[in-house]
Design a protein around this ligand. Structure first.
Ligand code: OOG
Ligand code: NI
Length: 451
């Protein structure tokens, strides 16, 4: 029997191929990746302590691999087919994001690796949105859109056959995996020929630019890829000098010593030539984005984040200073965040100490136990809405009533989404249990409810 290729390795083949394809399709994205690499190198050079910590925590090697991409799908069948495709690469749906609140007619999940070893090898994830035709009022247009979508097949027969094979026998051989990656790439490629005529396209754009983007083409072109930076402010600042036009504000929490969750910014989507029934036209969809990831927050920390962000957004005056003010009450060092149970950590054994302290805080103070912040691996709905918004024309603001519908999304997906908080909590608890056991202090493990 031939040995199967590990799903983590298939994911790496896939993310590398996607990156190459996207650089070739959108050269400005390549310029952004180069800028991020320069800024990361300068940041690590200037901060040897950061470099050492990242190395020890196993965070350094994955820094330069691509972090995420995004696609937008049209139908339930497409979503479930894509779920099966990503499962072959060890990516599973984590989280539910309702963006209708922000006037975007989609709801979303992120397909990503869930095990620590898999995240370390290659954390590539895809933010995947499903168009919500149910929030559109024009019934005639909804019918038109449905009819157009019903005619397309976004996953090739070759890819479908290999997915079925992987499901049946539990994996793919290296040769099959290569074929699978090549076949899967077809789904995410750019198609300059629209499947609709210019009139239909104009009607779809009038309803919402996103509907036009999803409905008018043969497939769900990858609309951005996102490398991870260690200093997002520096990259944002340096973009114009490299001919890149950034969106106005960085989404997410303010800059802090102890970085929180996720900060993101993007360059604006490009106007690109397309054909409508042989007629030349333009479509605006594809962009580049960068992200800086910080610590994952526990429910109490996350509640603080959501409230502080809402306060800053509602306040008058300079947004950056409002943001700093709104977050001022949150401790800005990891150890205090940990002691106050506001963020998730991963524990490991540190230096050997003669007389071990008899409590967890004491072990940490001694250096016998080390708590590394768990990097946030997910997304933020308000930020995602801001990224969407900056890549739509400014007159595209719609007002849909907030109507999250996780049940409908999961029915389309074919499985429930995985809860991200559960994943972080498990890592924290397992690593603490293992470390305390190794130190001979297993009796210090708190009862489940407190982790
Ligand atoms: C997805 C926008 C959201 C993020 O990083 O939050 C996103 C899209 O434009 O399709 O990618
Ligand atoms: Ni993104």
């Amino acid at each position: 029997m031939t040995k199967h290729m590990h799903p983590d390795d298939i994911r790496t083949l896939f993310s590398t191929a996607m990156s190459q394809m996207y650089r070739a399709e959108v050269p400005q994205y390549g310029a952004l990746v180069d800028l991020v690499r320069d800024v990361n190198a300068a940041t690590l050079d200037a901060d040897p302590a950061l470099k050492a910590t990242m190395q020890a925590a196993g965070e350094l090697d994955r820094l330069d691999v691509e972090r995420h991409g995004a696609i937008r799908l049209g139908t339930a069948d497409e979503l479930s087919a894509i779920r099966r495709m990503f499962a072959v690469m060890g990516m599973y749906p984590v989280g539910y994001y309702d963006l209708s609140v922000a006037g975007i007619p989609v709801h979303s999940t992120a397909f990503r690796p869930i095990k620590q070893t898999a995240l370390r090898r290659n954390p590539f994830r895809v933010f995947t949105s499903l168009l919500r035709l149910d929030v559109i009022e024009d019934a005639g247009l909804v019918e038109t859109a449905r009819a157009i979508l019903a005619k397309r097949q976004i996953v090739t027969d070759d890819a479908l056959e290999l997915i079925a094979r992987a499901e049946q026998v539990g994996g793919l051989t290296p040769a099959q995996a290569k074929r699978f990656v090549a076949a899967s790439l077809e789904t995410f490629r750019w198609h300059a020929e629209a499947t609709v005529d210019a009139d239909t396209y104009a009607q779809l754009v009038a309803a919402h630019r996103l509907i036009a983007d999803v409905v008018s083409f043969k497939g769900p072109h990858i609309n951005h890829l996102t490398p991870r930076t260690l200093d997002i402010d520096a990259v944002q600042y340096q973009m114009p000098a490299r001919g890149i036009d950034p969106k106005a504000v960085i989404e997410g929490p303010p800059r802090r010593q102890a970085g929180l969750l996720l900060r993101q910014t993007s360059f604006k989507a490009l106007d690109e030539p397309v054909q409508f029934d042989g007629q030349p036209g333009q479509h605006t969809a594809r962009f580049g984005e960068i992200e800086q990831r910080g610590v994952a927050l526990k429910p109490a920390g996350r509640a603080f984040y959501d409230q502080a962000l809402a306060r800053a957004r509602a306040a008058q005056g300079d947004y950056q200073s409002q943001l700093h003010t709104a977050f001022a009450a949150l401790p800005d060092d990891f150890e205090t965040l940990r002691q106050q149970d506001l963020a998730f950590f991963r524990y490991r054994v540190g230096a050997s100490v003669e007389t071990l302290a008899n409590d967890i805080d004491g072990l940490i103070a001694q250096g016998a136990l080390i708590a590394d912040p768990q990097i946030y691996e997910d997304f933020l709905p308000v930020s995602a809405a801001g990224i969407f918004q900056s890549n739509l024309a400014s007159d595209d603001r719609s007002n849909y009533a907030a109507n999250a519908n996780q049940e409908a999304f999961e029915a389309a997906l074919g499985v429930p989404v995985i809860d991200d908080m559960t994943l972080y909590a498990q890592v924290e608890r397992d690593s603490l249990a293992a470390s305390l056991t190794a130190l001979g202090q297993a009796h210090l493990l708190p009862p489940t409810a407190t982790v």
